[in-house]
Write a protein that binds this ligand. Structure first.
Ligand code: SAM
Length: 282
């Protein structure tokens, strides 16, 4: 099978699930992320014969696309800001909204150039936030935690691949003891989707992404934020700040909770116009 024949087979066999534009995008992503080819390869060499191992990969990917696997779990790579991160079903696929949270922190750091700062990312997953911050601001000394060793292993591998130093450690954030260090900044994009909201979620997310990264109990949707705020009481330096990605549905309840901890709250919308981020300062 040639490259162009494979693309046409994709267009034909996947047309019940995706638009042509989506299929072409996925096909190109497979070529670049799995084979490390140029995005222009299809235009340059449409009649190139696929080798048998390439064909197998293309067939396996087609099968997974039909089953609505997210593209990033098929290629094994996610792009986050300037980073290429290894991802699999251990971790959430980093979202564009989270890139904006990183933007906000970097903007604030550039306004207050007062030396090195200690930052902690709570619930790091692929390591996207921690690694992007460490890469883009070398003044930050970044630590990050997650609940399982296998997740920490993946995040470490991503930091290594992207040539940055982040101190990762395994820790259940719902059972945090105090740490020896204090922090200038704490950032978290914790699980924040209620079980009730499952009904409205797309099957590619629901069936394939880790539920431990997504869901919180309906009867306590702010559980992670509360724990982080309690932890910060002892570990955040007096002029420190906290950055949260949030569920816009619970913004009012969350702001009431935060006020009990005596912070000034600044809200920010994401590219989709939803109130998605909070910055807390004293
Ligand atoms: C919404 S994901 C965010 C991942 C990543 N920071 C990002 O922005 O893409 C939440 C993360 O919190 C982690 N997590 C869930 N429960 C946890 C717990 N009890 N202790 C530590 N981490 C936890 C999950 O494993 C997951 O990686």
């Amino acid at each position: 099978m040639t490259l162009i024949e494979a693309r046409d087979w994709y267009r034909d066999s996947l047309k019940t699930e995706y638009s042509n534009a989506e299929i072409d995008f996925y096909f190109k992503a497979l070529l670049t992320d799995c084979f490390q080819w140029q995005p222009t390869q299809l235009a340059l060499e449409p009649k190139r014969e696929l080798e048998s191992k390439e064909l197998i990969l293309i067939q396996e990917a087609q099968d997974k696309l039909l089953k609505r696997y997210p593209l990033q779990y098929i290629t094994g790579w996610a792009h986050f800001r300037s980073l290429k991160l290894k991802v699999d079903q251990r971790v959430l696929i980093p979202r564009p909204e989270t890139e904006e949270l990183v933007d906000w922190i970097l903007e604030d750091c550039s306004k207050h150039k007062d030396g090195p700062k200690e930052l902690l990312d709570m619930g790091t997953g692929s390591g996207c936030i921690a690694i992007a911050l460490a890469k883009e601001n070398p003044q930050l000394s970044v630590s990050a935690l997650d609940q399982e060793k296998s997740i920490i292993d993946l995040a470490r591998e991503n930091a290594h691949q992207n040539k940055v130093k982040v101190e990762f450690f395994q820790q259940n954030l719902l059972q945090m003891d105090s740490l020896k260090r204090s922090f200038d900044m704490i950032v978290s994009n914790p699980p924040y989707v209620t079980v009730e909201e499952k009904k409205e979620m797309k099957s590619n997310v629901l069936d394939h992404e880790p539920h431990k990264a997504l869901f919180v109990p309906d009867n306590d949707p702010l559980i992670f934020y509360r724990k982080i705020l309690e932890f910060a009481t002892g570990q955040l330096l007096p002029k420190g700040s906290i950055y949260f990605e949030i569920n816009p549905l619970f913004i009012d309840e969350l702001c009431s909770l935060i006020q009990q901890f005596d912070y000034t709250i600044c809200k920010r919308m994401d590219i989709f116009g939803k109130e998605r981020m909070l910055r807390l300062t004293k």
